[in-house]
Design a protein. Structure first.
Length: 291
């Protein structure tokens, strides 16, 4: 009989010992008397720490809102402050419970490195999100074009940006894709220039066409007086004389004003007999008959 068989027999004998339950109970009471208070204090630290972290992050949010800081930045700072404070209280509770915090942090650091290598794309999105929030390239409600997608910003989180397209689709764009591409913020400024190109025929009166455009612009109350609108011949095209029209308007009025201007200019040209040519091709047929 070897040592393993002897140990197994001794274990079975111990399990049959009628005094085993009482000894286990005594050991549990001893452990509880020695470590119970520390564990209870550690649990209280966790509970109170969570409440304190929540209150402090909420206070930070109120102060930033009172200072009229952007809503996206407020949300991000609140989340960072909350989880940072909570992590500090967790470490304190572990130390109170008798856990070797130094060893635990070393293991956690090694595990964090492995997780970081596995989730490098996610961490890249996080780093890009932090940069976007700190640089404040756009805010909630802005109309932007990012990573080839246009829409209104609904949410900017640490990992992604949520857009609402003009046809009411929800588009989620990874932050790393945004930071690596061109960002166009359409509503960043409070005024925009409307760029129109209206072509007229070579046989039409250019001066008369410009006067009609000028009267149409003057009748539109949504256009800004400063800067003054520009009207001039921009190009002599293949089939038309192109008139460039450059009025300025408040950003929220851009699309409505642009569409109405196009319609009013077309009606004014039709009433004045000024044509708006379109590309066309003349085909000449030659009937060559040999006699």
């Amino acid at each position: 009989m070897n040592a393993t068989d002897i140990s197994a027999i001794d274990f079975k004998i111990d399990m049959l010992d009628p005094g085993l339950p009482s000894r286990l109970l005594e050991q549990a009471i001893t452990f509880g008397s020695v470590h119970g208070i520390r564990i209870i204090v550690a649990i209280l630290i966790l509970i109170l720490g969570r409440l304190i972290a929540k209150q402090i992050s909420s206070l930070i949010g109120k102060v930033m809102n009172k200072a009229k800081v952007d809503e996206i930045l407020v949300s991000f700072i609140k989340a960072i402050s909350y989880y940072t404070l909570l992590a500090a209280f967790v470490v304190a509770a572990m130390g109170q419970a008798g856990i070797n915090v130094t060893s635990f942090l070393a293991v956690l650091g090694a595990a964090g490195l492995a997780v970081g290598l596995a989730l490098k794309d996610t961490l890249s999105n996080f780093a890009a999100g932090v940069m976007l929030i700190l640089l404040r390239l756009f805010k909630k409600g802005d109309l932007v074009t990012v990573a080839g997608t246009s829409g209104t910003v609904q949410e900017l989180s640490a990992f992604y940006t949520m857009l609402s397209t003009p046809d009411n689709q929800k588009v989620i764009v990874p932050n790393s894709s945004i930071l690596q591409a061109v960002i166009v913020n359409t509503t960043a400024n409070n005024r925009r220039r409307i760029d129109l190109v209206i072509g007229i025929g070579y046989e039409d009166d250019i001066i008369k066409a410009k006067e009609l455009v000028s009267r149409t612009l003057a009748a539109e109350t949504r256009l800004l007086k400063d800067p003054a609108p520009f009207i001039g011949v921009g190009e002599l095209g293949a089939s038309s004389v192109d008139i460039y029209i450059r009025p300025w308007v408040r950003t929220p009025d851009y699309w409505a004003t642009r569409c109405e201007l196009l319609e009013k200019i077309k009606v004014a040209f039709d009433e004045a007999g000024i044509s708006i040519p379109y590309p066309q091709t003349d085909i000449h047929l030659h009937n060559d008959v040999e006699e």
